[in-house]
Design a protein around this ligand. Structure first.
Ligand SMILES: [Zn+2]
Length: 87
C-alpha cells in the first residue's frame, strides 16, 4: 500500500510505503531525497535521511559578505590614482 503524503522535510508530495510484511513504514521523497524507515511494531526509526535544504541558501549571505570586502578595497585604490597623477 502506497500513501501520498506531504514531505516533512521540503513539503513536496512524498510517498509512504506501508510494508506490512516487514512491519515497517517507509517514507521517501524524490524532491529532496528524504528517507524515513520506521518500525510499526516498536515505533523505532530504523533508517532516516533528511538532507539539509537550508544549508545551500545560508551559504549565499556568506558569499555576498566575502564579495563585499574586495569592493571596499577597490574604493581604497583611489590613492593609487592620486599617485599616478603625481607621476
Ligand atoms: Zn522532500
Amino acid at each position: 500500500m502506497i500513501e501520498s503524503i506531504r514531505c516533512p522535510n521540503c513539503g513536496a508530495i512524498a510517498e509512504r510505503h506501508h510494508l506490512s510484511y516487514l512491519g515497517q513504514v517507509k517514507t521517501q521523497c524524490e524532491e529532496c531525497d528524504y528517507l524515513l524507515v520506521m518500525c510499526t511494531r516498536s515505533g523505532h526509526v530504523l533508517e532516516s535521511y533528511a538532507p539539509g535544504l537550508p544549508s545551500p541558501r545560508s551559504l549565499q549571505p556568506i558569499a555576498t559578505r566575502l564579495a563585499s570586502l574586495p569592493q571596499r578595497q577597490v574604493n581604497n585604490s583611489r590613492t593609487r590614482d592620486i599617485a599616478a597623477l603625481r607621476v
